[in-house]
Structures are given as structure tokens and as C-alpha cells.
Design a protein around this ligand. Structure first.
Ligand code: EPU
Length: 346
């Protein structure tokens, strides 16, 4: 009796929910069964029901890193678990617990209001806190994984909640244990560990240029504002032009392959990776193939950043994937490098 009394409200179900305004590419897509998850404790019953009914499922966070088909059969879980709080603090660090459905940029702004600098380089990245660790979002020399203490998730393989410490998350460039194990974990909460010792991270050229005055020592809030300004200038606002940020990962090649390419293409843009490999600027490779600003029907390549594919209106996932294939083929042909698609193709 008691357990029934304490049972959580079941997840709200909306059949045939249109997702055009819930994905940053602005693709027309209908979720057959959309479940809104507002609390982690709704998951055990819902996931059991989906298993019993043999229904497929996927998670949709902020919809800013996905390519949606016209219809999504089975269940689509809309994660709207909110809440952010400071849970503890010692001489060196502050720990924050944040619901997976919290908007990423609003969370970053909140940390700065609370005088907890560290995440400012990651300002204005679209999407939710729960999605951030999946692809280990990164920008301007910082990756979110560095600031994550642990992650709480529902493990569908074990049918129970797990807490994965940072070491278990296997964070790497746009990669994590969650991305390697698709459809196993549903992230419900992220615990961040923000060091009290703060130092500006300005090694990324675009950002360094903003503070090039001698003795300039910008505050975290100034860096936050600068990152917002750079992103707004370079990247299209999804509210205006549909897009999912970088469409391809920057490819990682061996130092030898990179040296060979530089001999042939002296202007090639590359960075040394942490393990001695080289990361190539995919935007540069695509730009060199003449795609920047190119339009193919309703979709195209953004005019200011060749790494971003855009939907000018009523493009479909096939339009986008056809253009992507064309770009991949030309880059492979010219540079011998295979580009990998970054957003999740559902
Ligand atoms: N470049 C070109 N032509 C272009 C685009 C870029 O020549 O059309 C050259 C630029 O001149 C620059 C280099 O390529 O020298 C790198 O470009 P940029 O600084 O714009 O960064 P990126 O490597 O294209 C990555 C991330 C972005 C992140 C920025 C800043 C990936 C896949 N993308 O882009 O992340 O904001 O660095 O750190 O790693 C995202 O993941 O959605 C995203 C926007």
C-alpha cells in the first residue's frame, strides 16, 4: 500500500508529438510516443514498460546535436529533470549537482553568478547538461569532462541507477563511455567539481586575440562575454538558421600523415593532440574543397564556417546526409582523410 502511495507520477505521454521546434536543425519529425521525464524516479517503471512491450526508445535532450528522421517510432524520452545546487565545498573545490534537463548555457551563467569560474570557455554551447558529457562538449581549449566529478544515470542493462566517477566516463575528444555504449545509459544528474584555484585559459587563438593587450588579465566573466561574442559571430543561431554546430569532428591523424599533407598543402591548419597525434581543422579541409556558403536545395554549408551544415527551411535528414556524403567524398579524395559525422543520427 505504502509503495503505491509513494510511487512517482508516471512520465507524461504525448502521442505523435511534432519535434520541429525541439531540434536545432529544425527538421520536421514526429515522435510516435513522447514521454516527458521530469524526475529520475519515473524511469524504472517506464523502462520496464518499454521492455515488456518490446518498444524501441531513444533520449532527446536539447535536440542540438541530432539529425532526426521524419518519424520516430516507439518511445522518445524528453529529459526535463531540473534543479541545480551546491552540494559541498572544501579548501580546493566546490561540488555542484545539476539535473540532466538544465539548459547548458544557463547553468554556465549561473556558475559565474555564484563566483565559481571554470566553465566560461564553454558558454553558449546549445543543449542540456545531461547531453554535455555524452559527446564531451568542448570549445576554446576546454572540455566538460575535466570538470565532471561523477554522473548519475539509469543503466538499462542492469535496470537500475548507477553513479559513474569521472575515471569511468572515458572522456576523450568528442567521446565518452556513454557515446561508446549507445542506448544503455540515461543520464539523470551530473555532479561537477569546480576547482577554487582559477586561471584564465586563453591558449585558443581566437580567444587569445581578444585579450592581447600586454598585462591583460581578464576575469572569468569577461572571458564568458568574449566567448559569447566569438560564437555569435562565427556560428549561426539555430533560432534563425537550423544547424547542429560542427557537423564533423576534427579528424585525428598521425604526425607522419600530417607532415606529408603539410608538404602538399602548406597552409593546412593542425594542432598537436595530447597523445602526439595531430588534429586537423575539418572546417579548413571543407573550405578548401569549395563548399563554404554552398547551397544544395534547402540545405547548405554555412557561409562563415564550413564545418557547420545548415537547414535554410524545409530540408530533411536525407538532404543533410546527402550533402554530408558529398563533402566526405571530396575531402577524402583531395586530402585522403575520412571525416566523421559529429551529431547523432537517429
Ligand atoms: N577554418 C577555415 N575555414 C572555415 C572554418 C575554419 O579555414 O570555413 C579554419 C579557421 O581559420 C581556423 C581553423 O579552421 O584556423 C579552426 O576553426 P575554428 O576556430 O572555427 O574551430 P573548429 O576547429 O572549426 C572547433 C569545435 C567547435 C568549437 C571551436 C572552438 C570541433 C568539431 N569543433 O571548431 O565546436 O566551438 O573549435 O573551440 O571540434 C561544436 O562542436 O559544435 C563546435 C562548434
Amino acid at each position: 500500500m505504502n509503495s503505491a502511495k509513494n510511487a512517482p507520477n508516471p512520465a507524461k505521454l504525448t502521442p505523435n508529438l511534432g519535434l520541429k521546434h525541439r531540434n536545432s536543425f529544425g527538421l520536421d519529425s514526429t515522435a510516435e510516443l513522447a514521454y516527458e521525464i521530469t524526475s529520475a524516479d519515473q524511469l524504472p517503471a517506464l523502462m520496464k514498460e518499454l521492455v515488456d512491450k518490446k518498444l524501441g526508445w531513444r533520449v532527446l535532450g536539447g535536440g542540438s546535436n541530432v539529425i532526426l528522421p521524419e518519424s520516430l517510432p516507439g518511445a522518445t524520452l524528453l529529459i526535463n529533470i531540473l534543479g541545480q545546487e551546491l552540494i559541498k565545498s572544501d579548501d580546493s573545490n566546490t561540488w555542484l549537482s545539476v539535473g540532466a534537463g538544465v539548459n547548458w548555457h544557463e547553468f554556465v551563467s549561473w556558475t559565474l553568478e555564484k563566483n565559481l569560474p571554470g566553465l566560461e570557455n564553454l558558454a553558449l554551447i546549445p543543449g542540456t547538461v545531461g547531453a554535455a558529457p555524452i559527446q564531451n562538449i568542448g570549445a576554446y581549449g576546454v572540455e566538460v569532462g575535466e570538470y565532471i566529478d561523477s554522473i548519475e544515470a539509469f543503466d538499462c542493462a542492469a535496470h537500475g541507477f548507477v553513479t559513474l566517477p569521472q575515471e569511468a566516463c572515458q572522456f576523450a575528444y568528442r567521446d565518452s563511455y556513454f557515446k561508446q555504449n549507445p542506448n544503455r545509459f540515461i543520464v539523470t544528474k551530473v555532479v561537477f567539481k569546480i576547482p577554487k584555484f582559477w586561471q584564465a585559459r586563453l591558449q585558443y587563438v581566437d580567444l587569445a586575440k581578444q585579450f592581447s593587450e600586454p598585462n591583460s588579465s581578464p576575469s572569468a566573466k569577461q572571458i564568458f562575454a568574449a566567448v559569447c561574442a566569438i560564437r555569435s559571430k562565427k556560428l549561426p543561431d539555430p533560432k534563425v538558421i537550423g544547424n547542429a554546430g560542427s557537423f564533423f569532428q576534427n579528424p585525428i591523424v598521425s604526425a607522419e600523415q600530417c607532415e606529408q599533407l603539410i608538404k602538399q598543402f602548406p597552409d593546412l591548419v593542425s594542432y598537436t593532440d595530447s597523445n602526439g597525434k595531430r588534429k586537423l581543422a575539418a572546417g579548413w579541409l571543407i573550405d578548401q574543397c569549395g563548399f563554404k556558403g554552398k547551397r544544395v536545395g534547402p540545405v547548405g554549408v554555412y557561409e562563415k564556417q564550413a564545418l557547420v551544415l545548415v537547414n535554410h527551411g524545409d530540408g530533411t535528414s536525407s538532404d543533410i546526409l546527402n550533402l554530408a556524403k558529398n563533402i566526405q567524398d571530396e575531402v577524402l579524395d583531395k586530402f585522403g582523410v575520412q571525416l566523421e559525422i559529429e551529431p547523432n543520427i537517429l
